[in-house]
Ligand binder design. Structure first.
Ligand code: AHR
Length: 388
């Protein structure tokens, strides 16, 4: 372990404020662990205090202050380059990382909010590597263009973990990845829609579909589109009218949905690549006077399944929501502890278990990606059990 003490919490954009209230919910996280040992998930995380993450106009290495007064050889230094703060999901993921790699747990965490700017993110990662931190955690905005960063990390002896989204590279370039099976999430949505239409006696009807997609080049978008497309191919009567980049935000989700409504009028199915986009799409549909959700003209599908969205599933506004679990940080911490104690990280690719939710109690199980999953019909009880 290197004896370098970096006391800096940095942000790129001052526009980012971490409104983390509302992300935590008491209850137990329903995840299973891919690694050998189960890591206890903090099921009732405390709200993080103001960590001084606000206020920096531009990312700049001079913002990093070295605190030379602290000399504790046990402290492990971590640099985390986060995607941004575009969604409720992202806020929950950030909170999980900050909570996991806290001072009390023996970590000095340097945090970058890249504000969805891929160049900034890579530049920040390089800067962390130059500071010779112990571990670099990357949540890559896009899958491509990481070769120089990964090479520099290897040469500097900085161990890299990848969280949430994936990188296009040889897996020898990082210690391990922990995150979601995005392609399986897309397949789950397709399998559910198939079963739902069948239950409604609409399996032979022509079905028009639009997708409000996530950030171009991101693993989450690529996987969800790839998975769902398998079901579009399989069902001759399904037509995908369009897919447009909603950047995983509510504002873009609304704007894209407005464009779709103007161009296509009535649409049978709207697939949103995350909850924030779905909330934006809902506003656009409301303003256009188009009904959606349970009993509506348009079927609304979303991904993430954060608490607020599950409330919309409960009220029937969103028909189905496929979970993307933001609580991967404890698994990375477990892997770091392994490395620090001379053990090996069990597996390179580690998927976190995720659940599938629906408004109506009419689809019981779905089969996709070689697995069978239960569709959970959202009730007050289900809501109470959610961790985020
Ligand atoms: O990479 C995970 C995706 O990114 C989530 O679905 C979305 O909400 C986030 O912004």
């Amino acid at each position: 372990m290197k004896i370098i003490y970096l006391l800096a919490y940095i942000m790129i954009m001052s526009v980012c404020t971490f409104s983390l209230s509302g992300c935590n919910r008491s209850g137990t996280a329903d995840v299973e662990v891919a690694p050998e040992d189960n890591v206890p998930i903090n099921s009732n995380p405390t709200k993080i205090p103001d960590s001084g993450l606000h206020g920096k106009q531009d990312w700049d290495s001079s913002n990093i202050e070295l605190d030379s007064d602290i000399h504790d050889a046990e402290i492990i230094t971590i640099g985390f380059v986060q995607v941004g703060h575009e969604s409720a999901w992202r806020e929950a993921a950030t909170e999980s990382v900050l909570d996991t790699f806290s001072r009390d747990n023996g970590y000095e965490l340097m945090f970058i909010d890249s504000d969805n700017n891929s160049d900034y993110q890579k530049q920040a990662a390089m800067q962390f590597i130059e500071q010779k931190i112990d571990y670099l955690i990357i949540d890559p905005i896009v899958t491509g263009g990481w070769d120089n960063v990964l090479k520099a990390a290897k040469e500097a002896g900085v161990k890299v973990f990848v969280i949430d989204r994936t990188i296009d590279c040889d897996e020898s370039m990082y210690e391990a990845w922990f995150g979601s099976d995005f392609e399986a999430e897309g397949e789950a949505a397709g399998a559910w829609l198939e079963a739902y239409l069948k239950d409604k006696g609409r399996e032979k009807e022509d079905i028009s579909i639009v997708t409000v997609a996530g950030t171009k080049g991101s693993a989450a978008r690529k996987g969800r589109t790839k998975g769902f497309s398998k079901y579009i191919k399989k069902n001759d009567n399904w037509t995908k009218l369009a897919e447009k980049d909603g950047e995983f935000t509510k504002e873009s989700g609304k704007r894209i949905m407005e464009e779709f409504i103007i161009k296509y009028g009535k649409i049978d199915v709207v697939v949103c690549h995350n909850d924030n986009e779905a909330w934006g799409a809902m506003e656009a549909l409301d303003e256009a006077g188009i009904t959606y959700g349970m009993g509506g003209d348009t079927i609304l599908i979303s991904f993430d399944a954060v608490y607020e969205s599950l409330e919309y599933v409960l009220s029937g506004k969103i028909n189905a929501d496929f979970e993307c679990n933001p609580l991967s940080a404890p698994y990375i911490e477990d892997a770091i502890r392994r490395i620090e104690s001379g053990r090996h990280v069990v597996s390179k690719t580690n998927y976190i278990d995720e659940a599938c939710f629906q408004a109506e109690n009419n689809v019981y199980t779905i089969e996709y990606a070689g697995r069978t999953s239960k569709m959970i019909t959202v009730t007050e009880q289900v809501l109470k059990s959610r961790a985020y």
